[in-house]
Design a protein around this ligand. Structure first.
Ligand code: AHR
Length: 496
């Protein structure tokens, strides 16, 4: 099969936003404990952070990290996680039926972010709590000193304020599983009131209202419209959450999962714009896609919740394969293609819990297959996202009908003229020859992640079984490049 991709460096969608490469650390399973934080680990630093994990987070190119949940935040008391560790309470975490020891909290998270070189993004609890507790947390985090709570932070050893800009107003409040789940109108009102009060403390905040926890939710669309009717003037962003998995052996539909994400973004943008029109507002509300990934949710539901309130049990520890990595790459392509509307995105999650990085308690840490497309996109997507003209044959899918076999996006760095094409061949069995006319060809480099076995995985003993490898399957003719993309593959074509 043959496809053609035409690039024009003057046709921009918008700038590549660093916040597209965000991630998420929730108090869930082993994401925090024995994930980022393990004081007894041989690589642990003086703060108890695993240095092997920190190195992988830096290599992955993560820009912003959302914390502390997720479903967890809707029952969380942030004060439990600050101050002398021996005085911190032990609590039940209703979201994950676990016991929370609170030996890691906001102060540790802020330190960890500084070491990892990432921006913190906080969520406030609007499940069991409200405006006052959100204000208290904000005072503790962002006020320099001179008030009870800011002075408490200073007394806990953090002289400088954390200066956290992005705040999520609760989490998935549309979901019946959420502690404090409520109606769109009630949540919208509370989000607006909380936002208004938080801005009185710090007008520079960027505030995210909860959108739907999935496009398949029965209230999808209506939820966004009602929440924004209440909170449009007070918030900057509305969230989207989406998880994908291969269902009943339908690999071809799974590979086209980004079609769903594309429609999701379009629908939420249209809904926000409709509210804007009704309000005659000059402001545009953009999207924070602050949970996205491949998640074998069915496996999790079949397993059920832990019975006896364990501390940091292994939960949601999906073991990713080649196809999962290709889908993750394709979802990143969609986020980049929508850079004019998606202001931030967080892959859920960072370590152990549906994560690109895996650790053994006390032992090794390694990269899952899904680590690689993220790391490459974060590293090589620089400058502007370009509008791309794609001419491609289609593949039939049971879930989305006929979809283009080639899924791609390109970026252009005006600083050095380099262009990078991120491309997925979504066919399970057919190689795709892609022609790129009128491109710079002096410094050409092609890398491909593919495998004869779409279900191949990395393990602690064979951590590099699946990774991007240099491809030689390309030719140059004048200023035209032709690259062959293997079936079911993620590819990075660097031109310059
Ligand atoms: O990321 C796992 C969970 O998925 C989060 O806690 C929740 O917000 C979503 O349902």
């Amino acid at each position: 099969a043959r496809a053609r991709l035409t690039l024009d460096p003057t046709a921009r969608v918008g700038p590549v936003r660093r916040r597209t490469f965000g991630s998420f650390v929730e108090h869930l399973g082993r994401c925090v404990y024995t994930g980022v934080f393990e004081p007894d680990h041989p690589t642990a630093d003086a703060d108890g952070f695993r240095a092997d994990v920190l190195a992988l987070v830096r290599e992955q190119g993560v820009s912003v990290v959302r914390y502390p949940g997720g479903n967890f935040v809707s029952g969380y008391r942030w004060e439990d996680g600050v101050g002398p560790v021996e005085q911190r309470p032990t609590r039940l975490d209703l979201a994950w039926h676990s016991t929370e020891p609170n030996t890691f909290g906001l102060d540790e998270f802020a330190k960890w972010c500084a070491k990892a070189g990432v921006e913190p993004m906080m969520a406030v609890n609007l499940g069991t709590r409200g405006i006052q507790e959100a204000l208290d947390l904000l005072e503790y985090a962002n006020i320099r000193s001179g008030t009870t709570l800011s002075d408490r932070r200073v007394a806990h050893g953090a002289k400088e304020p954390y200066d956290i800009r992005m705040w999520c107003l609760g989490n998935e409040m549309d979901g019946p599983w959420q502690v404090g789940h409520t109606t769109a109108a009630e949540y919208g009102r509370l989000a607006a009131q909380t936002a208004r009060a938080m801005r009185m403390v710090d007008p520079r905040l960027e505030l995210v209202a909860c959108g739907s926890s999935g496009r398949g939710m029965p209230t999808f669309g209506a939820w966004e419209a009602t929440v924004l009717e209440e909170a449009y003037d007070e918030v900057d962003l509305i969230s989207c959450h989406a998880y994908y998995e291969e269902k009943e052996g339908d690999l071809q539909s799974f590979l086209a999962s980004a079609e769903d994400m594309e429609q999701f973004i379009g629908a939420v943008a249209a809904t926000a714009d409709a509210v804007r029109a009704r309000k005659r507002s000059a402001k545009r509300v953009d999207i924070s896609f602050d949970e996205w990934n491949v998640w074998y949710m069915k496996r999790f539901h079949d397993q059920g919740a832990p019975a006896d309130w364990p501390v940091a049990p292994p939960l949601l520890e999906d073991h990713y394969n080649v196809a999962d990595a290709v889908v993750v790459g394709s979802l990143l392509i969609t986020l980049l293609r929508n850079t004019d509307r998606v202001a931030a995105a967080c892959q859920a999650q960072l370590v152990n819990v549906i994560a690109p990085i895996v650790t053994e308690p006390g032992g090794r840490a390694w990269r899952q297959t899904t680590f690689h497309p993220f790391a490459q996109a974060s590293r090589h997507a620089v400058g502007d996202v370009l509008r791309t003209a794609v001419e491609s044959p289609t593949v039939e899918t049971a879930e989305f009908g006929a979809v283009p076999m080639l899924h791609a996006v390109a970026t252009h760095s005006p600083a050095d003229g380099r262009m990078t094409v991120f491309a997925v061949n979504r066919s399970v069995d057919t190689p795709l020859a892609v022609e790129l006319p009128h491109v710079p060809v002096e410094r050409l480099d092609v890398s491909t992640l593919s495998d004869a076995d779409p279900y191949a995985r990395n393990t602690a003993d064979d951590p590099d079984r699946v990774r991007p490898r240099p491809s030689q399957d390309w030719t140059v003719d004048g200023d035209t490049v032709r690259v062959v993309l293997p079936p079911l593959s993620w590819n990075v074509i660097r031109l310059g």
